[in-house]
Write a protein that binds this ligand. Sequence first.
Ligand code: B1M
Length: 220
Amino acid sequence: MSETHATLVELAQKLYAGDAPGVLALCKRALGEGLAAREVLDAGLLAGMEVVGRDFKAGELFLPEIIVAARAMHAGIEELRPLLAEAASGAAAPRTAVLGTVKGDLHDIGKKLVGIMLEGAGFRVLDLGHDVAPERFVEAVRVERPQLVGLSALLSTTMPMMRTTIAELERAGLAAGTTILVGGAPVTAAWAKEIGAHGFAPDAVSAVERARELLAARGA
Ligand code: B1M
């Protein structure tokens, strides 16, 4: 096992333990060892979070542990943020994206990553946060007139809220003037189509690619 790899293994363990200062220190160390921010994210932070999710499902971890792991994840992501955004750069005209995790859903790490990548790709990102009611999306779209609206959901129970949000945007006459992208672990392309979204992306990097494709197709 190489030394750099060992750093990422340790990083995943610190993430699992919810040790935010440790995660921060190891992100810095990994970058100092010359690892790319994406590698630190994928093989360190996300690898650790995957085990958290698995053990939570198996009943070996409980909500308090997940909450501290999520805080540690945020600390790591903030450290990587400028480098991740830089890696995703290379866009043309500035565009606006309104992002949020739908009502009833508190998961915001993936959505935050999508925002960072979009920022890196030149979007002005208005992140409404998590547990965002359809009316707040409607208001933000009315005021900001974004080219892109991104909806995230991590729970099968909150996926229907994506449909409600899109329906509200349609009712307000705002859906046709923007491009609606959906994502989150349980979300699929078939679901996106069923609820009237314009597109789906499985991860933060593809979200940028998909957004670019969809906007280009609309000439936006
Ligand atoms: Co919860 N949780 N959680 N949780 N949590 C999951 C999602 C779960 C899969 C765990 C499990 O059972 N294995 C499960 C959902 C099962 C299901 O419905 N399918 C679950 C559950 C059940 C719950 C509660 C109901 C637990 C309870 O209370 N009994 C509860 C619900 C609370 C609520 O939301 N109302 C709950 C609570 C929480 C915390 C608040 C403690 C915490 C979130 C903290 C936070 O986000 N600030 C939490 C966490 C951390 C997780 C896990 C462990 C990790 C999620 C995560 O951040 N992953 C998760 C298990 C897992 O996923 N391994 C789990 C890392 C993140 C980078 O990935 O979010 O998938 P992800 O984002 C990806 C892609 O999905 C995609 O790109 C991202 C980056 O590549 N993506 C998009 C996301 N949004 C996108 C939008 C796009 C495009 C792509 O376009 C707009």
